[in-house]
Design a binder for this molecule. Structure first.
Ligand SMILES: Cc1cc2nc3c(=O)[nH]c(=O)nc-3n(C[C@H](O)[C@H](O)[C@H](O)COP(=O)(O)OP(=O)(O)OC[C@H]3O[C@@H](n4cnc5c(N)ncnc54)[C@H](O)[C@@H]3O)c2cc1C
Length: 471
């Protein structure tokens, strides 16, 4: 039952002060209330926001579907906050197709132990369509690096930590959910549990919960259950290649990014160092049917450096291009890839998955007063409001950068040329590392604007010349 609290009262058109409300009639006669300033608008009551009923004999129950970075961090926050928490993950040793690059702020913010980081990348090469190479990383401070993780290690670590804090991990495949039959009635989740006793077939089960966090990635079944709508996806393809030790030494702390129509018409190709191999990959939204051709081109561009390598794993997965039309319905919210939180241009999603999982869980913990009350849509909506305020500008800026610089080879040449500028490097790394819009130096900003325009003008002139040659 909703509770309404009246915060103030009216006395003959005057607002009485709180002190007067607690005095007896005799006290009021002796010392009548001082007239407050006359107010000229209509009589009104200020009512505190609706508060949900207290739960008796149990705490709030929340299911997190998916145990990737979004699910693991959501579950940890919920469990620490007094909520009875379940994570349903279909594959506990899941090795998510991913190159595993994380910003340094994630290590601190999520208290990650250094031994789960395979490599610390401090150098990066940006390689243009004509193979002009720009070294990036000169502006890094001694403690700064890009962390390279294996997803099977990171995801398991976050999930285990949630379990240590009280979350119940269920090895199961979420199938569907029945919607609540009344205002505070439960959601009924249907899933197949794999306990190992039925030879991998699993056992059909159900679970009643008060709220659901959909952290089940790009093909989210939770999103389908709430008719969250579709988003456009890129297809990313990656080969893990074990290369000879002397070749691996070159990639010790170095990553490569290749741009060009050959490797991707709308994204980039990469060689990222992992524990004992390199991850070579590419992605595209517009030419998914050509993905193997694009991958071959990426491998060819790096061929001298990966010569003698052996492909040990081939993997592909969709990457969402933008948030879903709906990320929330009733007491169900989407986070991470399920919501569509990967940035354009860089294709980064791990930090945003973990952060959105945590923010959503914080909103539930707060709304439920540490699991003691029921929550409603307005409690979960606080997470979306906070999220959009914090990150919308980042997504927009990277969207524009992708549109400007990944549209033609001359524009890509301009992009690489621009990356040689130390100021550009510093601004880019600071924004990536710390996930804050870093205030720039006005003079350097002006110089950068001129340089960018100069690069683009040169690129367009070059494009026109190339078009003349090919016509
Ligand atoms: C090739 C490639 C390279 C990438 N490289 C990077 C990179 O270097 N850096 C970066 O920041 N981002 C990168 N990304 C993006 C990044 O992988 C995602 O943004 C990130 O994994 C999102 O995390 P998540 O927890 O939301 O979803 P996921 O990591 O997809 O986790 C979802 C989890 O849900 C489970 N699940 C799914 N369906 C069900 C179900 N029905 N029942 C139970 N469990 C279910 C899955 O098994 C999985 O464990 C890359 C993506 C790709 C494809």
């Amino acid at each position: 039952m909703a509770e309404h609290r009246q915060l103030s009262t009216w006395h003959n058109g005057h607002l009485s002060c709180a002190r007067d409300l607690h005095r007896t009639p005799a006290e009021l006669r002796q010392d009548p209330p001082k007239p407050a300033a006359k107010v000229h608008f209509k009589k009104t009551h200020i009512v505190a926001s609706r508060t949900n009923p207290k739960l008796s004999n149990r705490n709030l129950r929340v299911a997190v579907i998916g145990g990737g970075p979004a699910g693991g961090s959501a579950a940890e926050t919920l469990a620490k906050g007094g909520v009875e928490t379940f994570i349903i993950e279909r594959k506990l040793d899941n090795c998510k197709p991913c190159s595993g690059a994380i910003p340094i702020c994630m290590v601190g913010e999520f208290d990650l132990p250094l031994d789960i980081i395979d490599r610390k990348v401090t150098k990066m090469k940006m390689i243009s369509p004509s193979n002009v190479t720009v070294d990036i990383g000169r502006t890094l401070k001694p403690h700064e690096y890009i962390g390279m993780v294996r997803r099977e290690i990171l995801d398991a670590y976050l999930r285990d930590r949630a379990a240590d804090n009280g979350a119940k991990v269920i090895n199961g495949l979420f199938l569907k959910m029945d919607m609540p039959k009344g205002q505070n009635a439960p959601y009924l989740l249907h899933y197949t549990e794999y306990t190992g006793t039925k030879g991998g077939i699993g056992e059909k089960k159900t679970l009643e919960v008060d709220a659901v966090i959909g952290a089940d990635g790009a093909n989210s079944k939770v999103a389908k259950s709430i008719n969250a709508g579709d988003y456009e996806c890129a297809l990313a393809f990656q080969e893990r290649i074990r290369i000879p030790d002397e070749k691996m030494a070159y990639y010790e702390n170095l990553a490569e990014v290749y741009v060009g129509a050959d490797v991707s018409p709308d994204f980039y190709g990469w060689v990222f160092p992992k524990c004992n191999h390199v991850a070579v990959g590419t992605g595209t939204v517009t030419h998914k049917g050509d993905i193997k051709k694009l991958q071959l081109a990426t491998r060819n561009r790096a061929k001298d450096k990966i010569l003698g390598g052996q492909i040990i794993r081939v993997e592909a997965h969709p990457i969402p291009e933008h948030p879903r039309p709906r990320r929330l319905s009733g007491r169900v919210a989407l986070v991470g890839d399920a919501a569509g939180y990967v940035t354009k241009c860089s294709g980064e999603g791990i930090y945003f998955a973990a952060k959105s999982g945590r923010m959503c869980a914080e909103a539930i913990v707060e709304g439920s007063e540490n699991g003691k009350r029921m929550v409603d849509e307005s409690d979960l909506r606080k997470y979306l409001e906070k999220w959009d305020k914090a990150y919308w500008p980042t997504y927009k800026v990277l969207d524009v950068l992708q549109k400007v610089f990944y549209r033609s080879n001359p524009a890509r040449e301009a992009f690489v040329e621009m990356c040689a500028d130390e100021y550009v490097q510093k601004m880019t790394f600071d924004s990536y590392f710390y996930k804050k819009v870093v205030p720039g130096n006005p003079l350097d900003d002006l110089k950068l604007a001129f340089n960018t325009i100069g690069s683009l003008v040169r690129a367009n002139a070059l494009k026109r010349e190339m078009e003349k040659l090919s016509s």
